[in-house]
Design a protein around this ligand. Structure first.
Ligand SMILES: Nc1ncnc2c1ncn2[C@@H]1O[C@H](COP(=O)(O)OP(=O)(O)O)[C@@H](O)[C@H]1O
Ligand code: SF4
Ligand SMILES: [Mg+2]
Length: 335
């Protein structure tokens, strides 16, 4: 495996009127070639801010990368000039942004948008760029590419627009693709098609992929490794089997319990009570303590660090050693 990306102790803060919002606080992960890392967690946990930090697209002010390191194939991204960074964005790391309608320009045809992206980053003539755009439309499975080339974003369905976004992110053959909730706005059938497309392109192009989603179902579908994020931190990290079959953090356990199970007679899904606190007011100890069934006083007072529970599997919880027992007792009590 060759290492593509290393994020070490990343801190991204926003300096707001309500105080410092520590949106990403001491987050670390790595990505290898050909691998898919899933970043999962509820809305507001710092997934998009992590991705935008890697791309160096955090709006400043109010935001700032306040600490940590990011390396792309050993190159320190945080030390690059803006011009060098533009090169990284075009040629090394492609990103599908969370809001397709705000990232596609309504006054340009689909073909023109892809061409612009190609011309900006590769030295191609207008005609070559057009050929490349048509090739990309075909690659992402858009039927009748010559016709679509001349259409505007509003003329396309949500699924087709998402394919255009993927084409734009991939048109310069990046080594890493970051996909931020690429299927959230789509219905289930189209969602499956888009995920299949991303997996297929990854296999063919050998990219590393960071798949960001609030949906564990999507993670199960595509990821090799998973970082579960809660309120600016990585709560648990492991390979997909470790996270789904041997979860150790109460937040991960809660997320898994809220997935609808087909063969369970329980009418009501168990959800995690309460909501993610605002980032200006995270608790001093474990960020999950305000919602955790297993919280004890220590959780409120001191912050737990990620500890290894088995090879390649870490979780940050004070009660990690007794968690299987606690979980069994809890399940018995609510059954
Ligand atoms: N420009 C900004 N100014 C202030 N706070 C921000 C800004 N962008 C994001 N945040 C805050 O950072 C936190 C993490 O956001 P985000 O990474 O978008 O979450 P998600 O996990 O849903 O992608 C949120 O609480 C959000 O309100
Ligand atoms: S440290 Fe405490 S509050 Fe945090 S997840 Fe573990 S038991 Fe719950
Ligand atoms: Mg987001």
């Amino acid at each position: 495996m060759s290492l593509l990306l290393e994020v070490k102790n990343l801190k991204t803060y926003f300096y707001t009127d309500d105080g410092v919002a520590k949106a990403v606080d001491d987050v670390s992960f790595t990505l290898d070639k050909g691998e898919t890392l899933g970043l999962v967690g509820e809305s507001g946990c710092g997934k998009s801010v992590s991705a935008l930090s890697i791309m160096r697209l955090i709006p400043n002010p109010p935001g700032k990368i306040a600490g940590g390191e990011i390396y792309f194939k050993g190159k320190n991204i945080l030390a690059l000039s803006e011009k060098e960074m533009q090169n990284v964005r075009g040629n090394d790391i492609g990103m599908i942004f969370q809001e397709p309608m705000t990232s596609l320009n309504p006054v340009f045809t689909c073909g023109n948008q892809i061409e612009e992206a190609v011309i900006l980053h590769q030295k191609l003539s207008k005609e070559e760029a057009k050929q490349k755009a048509l090739e990309m439309l075909k690659l992402v499975g858009i039927p009748a590419p010559e016709q679509r080339y001349n259409e505007y974003p509003h003329q396309l369905s949500g699924g087709m627009r998402q394919r255009i976004m993927i084409a734009m992110a991939l048109c310069c053959n990046p080594e890493i693709l970051i996909a931020d909730e690429p299927t959230t706005a789509l219905d289930v059938t189209v969602q499956a098609q888009i995920l299949e497309l991303i997996s297929k392109l990854q296999r063919e192009l050998g990219m590393g992929v960071i798949m960001i989603t609030h949906d564990l179902g999507v993670i199960a579908e595509v990821s090799n490794k998973v970082a579960v994020m809660y309120a600016s931190k990585v709560a648990e990290f492991g390979n997909v089997d470790q996270i789904f079959y041997n979860p150790k953090h109460p937040y991960t356990i809660g997320l898994l319990n809220s997935i609808p199970k087909l063969n369970k007679s329980k009418e009501r899904l168990s959800t995690i009570e309460g909501s993610v606190p605002p980032p200006t007011h995270y608790p001093k100890g474990c960020h999950f303590c305000t919602r955790c069934t297993f919280a004890i006083q220590k959780c409120w007072d001191e912050e737990p660090q990620l500890l290894e529970v088995e090879k390649g599997h870490t979780a940050a919880c004070w009660r990690i050693s007794e968690i299987d027992l606690l979980k069994a007792q809890y399940e018995k009590s609510v059954a």
